[in-house]
Design a protein around this ligand. Sequence first.
Ligand code: HEC
Length: 176
Amino acid sequence: MNILSRNKSLLIITGVLIALVITGYIFLKPGNTAVGDDALYKWVTSETDYVFYKNNPEILPTSSETERAHDDFMRVRINKKAASVLGADGTVPEGSFFPDSSIIVKEIYSDKTSSSPDLLAVMVKLKGAKNNGNDWLWAEYTPKGETEYSVEKEGKVCVKCHRPGRDFVRIFDIVK
Ligand code: HEC
């Protein structure tokens, strides 16, 4: 191999390597990963470490501020990751933020005596996800996993109500 063609091969190899690094960066960059409905449902339902908000397993009436967006009764549960930032009073301290992989599930019931929820409204913190809305993934599912509100919609109808909350979580102002 003469010097010229060796240089040429080196150039080609370098070019290919640069192209691989660039495409790798584009595809693996967290901001480009969108989370689908099925994946999110599986994530939320396979998580086992939940605690009830205020450790209260009671089914409570939803506040008037939900304007029936969430039906009449609720029970909120939080995974351990999210619970880890809560202060002694059970709320997230003012100015604090939930870490990635925090999960909050609002079980929505039409009736206080129902044995199972009608709907699961979920918020999952994932700053890197392409389809997050204000750093949270927002979705609603039936208990069987059918999508009622797709995570692809980036929580557009959810964030307007949730913005006044602490890190977009409303329950702290509602159930004290
Ligand atoms: C009309 C206002 C409104 C809309 C729209 C709304 N929410 Fe809520 N949401 C609330 C309020 C208020 C609470 C606090 C609990 C309560 O009063 O029922 C809440 C509570 C929650 C909770 C429990 C954590 C928390 O913030 O307290 C989750 C999870 C949730 N909503 C998900 C959603 C999702 C997902 C959407 C969009 C599909 C949505 N919400 C749309 C008002 C709203």
